[in-house]
Ligand binder design. Structure first.
Ligand SMILES: [Zn+2]
Length: 232
C-alpha cells in the first residue's frame, strides 16, 4: 500500500492563520463578510454588550474604570461603534436615493471631488482617512450631489479594506444611476501604516475603479485631469 504517497498527495487545504497573514491587508471579497444573523439583535442590545466587553478590555489593560475620566468610555465607544462609525453595516441605514430626469440633457462627465472618507481598517480597527473622487456620465438620470457623499459615507462606516470600499461605492453608484459609466478614486492614509508597523507617516494608498466609458483611456484621462492626477 502506497500510504506515504497518499499523504504526500494530500491537497493543500490548510487556511492561513492570522499570524501567517501578519500585516498583509488581504481582502477576501467585494462583500463585507457579515453573518446571516447580523441584525437579529437590535442596536440597544448591541450597545449594551459592546459596552460590557469594552469595559473588560480596558480592565485587562489595567485601567481604573472608577476614574471619572474613564468610567463613561465603554458606553461611549459602544454607542459610537453601533450608531456612528460602523452604522454602515446595517442595510437599514443605506441612503435612499431618488433618481431625477436629466432635464438639461447634460450628458457630459459629472465629477464630485474631495469627498471626505473616514473609515476604519478591518484588520486593526484604527482609522483610514482621506478623499474620494467620483465621476459618472448620465444615461438620462441624475442624483442629488449630496447623495454621492452619503453613499461614500455609508460604505465607509464599516470595518473596511480600501479596495473593497472602492468597489462597494462603485457598485452602488452603478446600481442607483443605472449605468456602467462610473469612476472612483480613493486616496487615503491608514493609521495602521502611519503609526505602527512600518511607521510611514507620509504614505497614502490610492485605489481606483473604472467601468463603462471610463475604461476608454481618453475618458479616464479627462476624469484624472479634473483631479490634477496624471493618467500615466
Ligand atoms: Zn490595518
Amino acid at each position: 500500500m502506497k500510504h506515504h504517497e497518499t499523504l504526500w498527495n494530500m491537497p493543500e487545504t490548510k487556511k492561513l492563520t492570522a499570524e501567517e497573514i501578519g500585516d498583509e491587508h488581504l481582502s477576501t471579497s467585494d462583500e463585507t463578510p457579515l453573518r446571516e444573523d447580523a441584525f437579529e439583535m437590535d442596536d440597544a442590545l448591541k450597545i449594551e454588550l459592546i459596552e460590557k466587553n469594552f469595559r473588560e478590555i480596558m480592565h485587562i489593560l489595567g485601567l481604573d474604570l472608577t476614574d471619572d475620566s474613564l468610567q463613561g468610555t465603554p458606553r461611549r465607544v459602544a454607542k459610537m461603534y453601533v450608531q456612528e462609525i460602523f452604522s454602515g453595516l446595517n442595510p437599514a441605514n443605506k441612503p435612499k436615493v431618488a433618481l431625477f430626469e436629466n432635464k438639461y440633457q447634460y450628458n457630459q462627465m459629472l465629477v464630485e471631488k474631495d469627498i471626505t472618507v473616514f473609515s476604519n481598517c478591518e484588520h486593526h480597527f484604527v482609522p483610514i482617512y482621506g478623499k474620494a473622487h467620483v465621476a459618472y456620465i448620465s444615461n438620462g438620470h441624475v442624483i442629488g450631489l449630496s447623495k454621492i457623499n452619503r453613499i461614500v459615507q455609508y460604505f465607509a462606516k464599516r470595518p473596511q479594506v480600501q479596495e473593497r470600499l472602492t468597489k462597494q461605492i462603485a457598485n452602488e453608484l452603478k446600481r442607483v444611476l443605472q449605468t456602467e459609466d462610473v469612476a472612483i478614486v480613493i486616496d487615503a492614509r491608514h493609521m495602521c501604516v502611519s503609526t505602527r508597523g512600518v511607521e510611514d507617516s507620509q504614505s497614502s494608498t490610492v485605489t481606483a475603479e473604472y467601468s463603462g466609458q471610463f475604461l476608454n483611456p481618453e475618458t479616464r484621462k479627462e476624469f484624472l485631469a479634473y483631479l490634477n492626477l496624471s493618467a500615466d
